[in-house]
Design a protein around this ligand. Structure first.
Ligand code: GLU
Length: 468
């Protein structure tokens, strides 16, 4: 890791702990950091905080990297792994010792427990009061290195989102920097790494606001430049409660695989979740980079709204390239799906879908095997009258020379006119026969997409033979 060289340009980072998937809140934090860096022509770094070896997994790391790539959040340079910098973390802990901002503490678990109990019985908040803080003596055996937190005065953070936040230093505790086995705590590691990576702006969830005050104590002890902080309110469920799985607190992979959303929709949705640009709802990547700032990040928690996300997804599906969507649908439908047919069907399919799953579902009729499974609602449309109409349609369509939209439309209209019924009276049983359902793209498009042979065969499966 190289020390920061250019202190004037913006450097942000996303620092996930790889103990689970890239959940939707983390993805938003990553997005905000990415946008802020790109807006300022700065750097966006990725640091995997894998210090908790027992809980960090390679699956989680892969899922995080995969989720970020899917969302188009490219990071500058290689990803950093916090566990690689343990020696450096320890070095800084020892520098703090030398500077008098930290001390070795030999307090036993029993002594700590006794202090905690005493505080409880006196109904006051527990703050460790180590006899080693100012003793200048050496103890025996294993020790931890603790921060000698300031006790006088106050610490102020001019947070870009929360505004001015003040904490009395008497509230800070002498937290551990280096454990007795020499491993660094999160509090130390994050500060050292941010400094060494030249991070200028720390944008993260406001569950870390309390940590910021403690981290600042280390930064001040080292006389390092303070980063700009922006603590973004967490995402809540639609009912205002903390986000749970039921509300959408899923890994971003679920948004792709289980829910069938496009990355640009998820990204646009996450952007609007906590940040605004007037009344704009549809915001392209380019606009987001141009407009993103910390001043318009909301101060109150935003509520996750699946309906909005789905609407946005519908919009992006309609905008998306047909071949790209056809590829996604083909991947879902398997080898039986003809990619070129899907590409041709896509303009019709995407007008009726809000998720990739709905697209795939809508496309199934193209590859269905005869005789079709006709669902209950569609069966109800196939009465005797309707089956006779189908026979007339079959005859008319058999005579169509060049199989295209106009030709099939003319043939079908002529049948309806001849029978003295409205077009719908014929279109409904046709749809039932061709698709096995009551909903589908326009009936003429369905006929064209299926091709003359397949369309006639499906109609024949349901019609009453003219001579019956
Ligand atoms: N690794 C921490 C987390 O995943 C984030 C640390 C930070 O952003 O400062 O919650």
């Amino acid at each position: 890791m190289s020390a920061s060289t250019n202190t004037t340009s913006v450097v942000t980072r996303f620092a996930p702990s790889p103990t689970g998937f890239l959940h939707i809140g983390g993805a938003r934090t990553a997005l905000f950091n990415w946008l802020f860096a790109r807006h300022h022509g700065g750097k966006f770094l990725l640091r995997i905080e894998d210090t908790d070896k027992a809980r960090s997994t390679t699956e989680a790391i892969d899922a995080i990297l995969d989720g970020m790539r899917w969302l188009g959040l490219d990071w500058d340079g290689h990803e950093y792994y916090q566990s690689q910098f343990w020696a450096r973390h320890a070095e800084v802990a020892h520098q703090l010792l030398e500077r008098g901002h930290a001390y070795r503490c030999w307090m036993s678990q029993e002594e700590l427990a006794a202090q905690r109990e005493k505080a409880q019985s006196e109904r006051r908040p527990f703050r460790i009061d180590s006899p080693w803080r100012d003793s200048g003596k050496e103890g025996d055996g294993a020790f931890v290195i603790r921060l000698k937190a300031p006790r006088e005065g106050e610490t102020v953070i001019e947070d870009k989102v929360q505004g001015r936040v003040v904490v009395q230093n008497s509230e800070l505790d002498d937290f551990i920097l280096l454990r007795s086995d020499g491993s660094p705590t999160y509090m130390l590691a994050v500060v050292v790494d941010d400094h060494d990576m030249g991070v200028t702006h720390v944008i993260r969830g406001d569950d870390h606001l309390n940590n910021a005050f403690r981290q600042l104590a280390i930064i001040k002890g080292m006389e390092w430049p303070e980063p700009v902080y922006a603590h973004v309110p967490l995402i809540h469920g639609a009912d205002g409660a903390k986000l749970s799985k039921r509300h959408g607190a899923l890994g971003v992979d679920s948004y792709r695989d289980e829910l069938g959303y496009l990355p640009e929709a998820v990204s646009n949705y996450l952007l609007r979740l906590g940040w605004g640009h007037g009344d704009d709802e549809i915001i392209s990547r380019e606009q987001a980079i141009e407009w993103f700032d910390l001043d318009h990040v909301g101060k109150s928690p935003s509520r996750f709204d699946f309906k909005k996300l789905e609407n946005l997804n519908g919009h992006y599906i309609r905008e998306a390239d047909d071949r790209r969507l056809a590829d996604m649908v083909a991947a879902q439908l398997g080898p039986s799906a003809d990619l070129e047919l899907l590409v041709r069907a896509m303009p019709e399919l995407k007008a009726r879908a809000t998720t990739v799953h709905q697209l795939a579902d809508g496309a199934k009729f193209l590859f269905a095997q005869r005789p079709l499974d006709v669902d209950e609602a569609a069966s109800a449309l196939l009465g005797d009258e309707a089956r006779k109409l189908l026979a007339s349609a079959h005859q008319a369509l058999s005579g169509v020379g060049e199989w295209n939209h106009d030709a099939v439309e003319a043939a079908i209209r002529a049948v309806a006119d001849g029978a003295g019924v409205k077009l719908g009276k014929l279109a409904q049983p046709l749809r039932a026969a061709l698709i096995g359902r009551t909903t589908s793209p326009g009936i003429f498009d369905v006929l064209v997409l299926l091709g003359q042979g397949e369309a006639l065969a499906r109609i024949a499966d349901q019609m009453v033979e003219p001579n019956e």
